[in-house]
Ligand binder design. Structure first.
Ligand SMILES: C[S@@+](CC[C@H](N)C(=O)[O-])C[C@H]1O[C@@H](n2cnc3c(N)ncnc32)[C@H](O)[C@@H]1O
Ligand code: SF4
Length: 383
């Protein structure tokens, strides 16, 4: 019998500065004790390994925060420990998120030597004014240099851009996207700006100082993005992610396909199947509280909570409809113990007729229009 796949997420919660749009678990600190943090992350990994034995690790993802602030030695130690704890796939994907600051770019070679084989760069924009507006610590030249260096240093690369920014016209976005395509490899993540509660942008938006584009304009930008990327051979495979077929991020696919993953580090969560049922793991979010808890009792896992059948169905649908491929009908029906029609009888036909969902013998999937307003579609479907 082949071993079930396992993805491993490792969270580095520190950043040089806090971007005003970001609500990730990221914190600015004057200094970090590298040895203590390395020990604690290794300890969390050791502890959680017991929750998911008999697996083959298919991907490791260093996310943040800003994992490019980690020492390459820490990254190397964590990758080595994963290989000591589990068998790893021959094509193990190891992604690290990096900021394009020149200081961090200097570490790219160290990360590659540590075993990172995929770099995901937070470029956010190629426009200097926009970078200032987004509160980024890098400029346009650093972004371009970091993309070039990443492509020369890693087998696989991707970069993130944020669009649908205040006042951004369709023409301006198309020009920025065209420039990005000249620099890009096989993968791009293109996010529409969202105003997250509790962020600097949320405060400014509440004061009326910042307005994101109307729904109609945002939809037009999304549509244009889909078409342009498909035309150059990087079709969407998820709401915001585009890749040459075969070059998708395997780690993120594991989330969206509702496969098992462990979450290592502050605030990281996981989903693990044990005895045929899914369990959710959550961790303390505050970095210092997390570190203290791990040093005291090896782990800072808050809880391992069983996920009920109905909740698991909801999670599978919420994750799977983000993907262009959608959710396999067979998996969904096996989990729910009833047909898709029985599950969503009420609103499903309307959402299909409205052009937001498709359902055939194999899959339930969202159309591009459905993916663009997925929250509303899910709200109607799961009501
Ligand atoms: C964990 S964050 C970034 C990691 C890295 N520290 C960086 O800033 O490059 C992942 C990505 O989410 C996107 N993102 C974060 N907050 C966002 C928001 N409010 N709206 C749109 N995209 C957002 C950004 O593109 C960012 O690169
Ligand atoms: S966007 Fe990246 S660099 Fe900025 S605060 Fe969030 S995690 Fe940190």
């Amino acid at each position: 019998m082949s071993l079930a796949p396992l993805a491993i997420y490792i969270h580095w919660p520190f950043c040089r500065s806090k971007c005003p749009y970001c609500d990730f678990n990221s914190h600015v600190r004057a200094g970090t004790d590298v040895a203590r943090w390395t020990r604690a992350l290794l300890s969390d990994l050791d502890h959680q390994a017991a929750m998911a034995t008999d697996r083959v690790v298919t991907s490791i993802f260093f996310g943040g925060g800003t994992p490019s602030l980690m020492m390459p030695e820490t990254v190397a130690a964590l990758i080595e420990r994963v290989s000591a704890l589990w068998p790893v796939a021959g094509d193990l994907e190891v992604t690290l998120e990096a900021n394009p600051n020149s200081a961090e770019a200097e570490r790219f070679a160290g990360f590659a030597a540590a075993g990172v084989n995929r770099l995901s760069l937070g470029v956010q924009s190629l426009d200097l004014e926009a970078l200032r507006f987004l509160g980024r610590g890098h400029n346009r030249a650093e972004a371009i240099a970091a993309i070039r260096l990443a492509r020369a240093s890693f087998a696989r690369t991707s970069f993130d851009l944020i669009y649908a920014r205040p006042g951004q016209s369709l023409a301006a976005w198309q020009a920025e996207l065209d420039e990005a395509l000249m620099l890009a490899g096989e993968h791009l993540s293109l996010y529409q700006l969202t105003i997250e509660p509790g962020t600097g942008f949320a405060t400014r938006a509440a004061r009326g100082e910042l307005t994101i584009p109307e729904e109609e304009t945002a939809a037009a930008l999304f549509e244009a993005t889909q078409q342009r990327l498909a035309a150059v051979g990087l079709p969407a495979y998820e709401i915001s992610n585009h890749a040459r077929p075969g070059a998708e991020c395997r780690h993120n696919l594991a989330y969206w396909r509702y496969q098992d993953y462990l979450g290592i580090g502050p605030g990281a969560h996981g989903r693990v199947t044990r005895g045929g049922s899914k369990f959710a793991s959550a961790q303390r979010r505050n970095p210092e509280a997390w570190l203290a808890a791990v040093e005291e009792s090896e782990t800072a896992l808050d809880a391992l909570t069983p996920i009920g059948c109905e909740e698991a169905v909801e999670e599978m649908v919420m994750m799977g409809l983000r993907l262009v491929e959608g959710v396999p009908r067979e998996r969904l029906e096996a989990l729910a113990g009833r047909t898709v029609e029985e599950m969503f009888g009420g609103t499903l036909p309307q959402l299909v007729e409205g052009g937001f969902l498709t359902l055939d013998a194999d899959r339930l999937a969202a159309t591009a229009a459905g993916r663009q307003r997925l929250n509303a579609v899910l709200g109607a479907l799961l009501a």
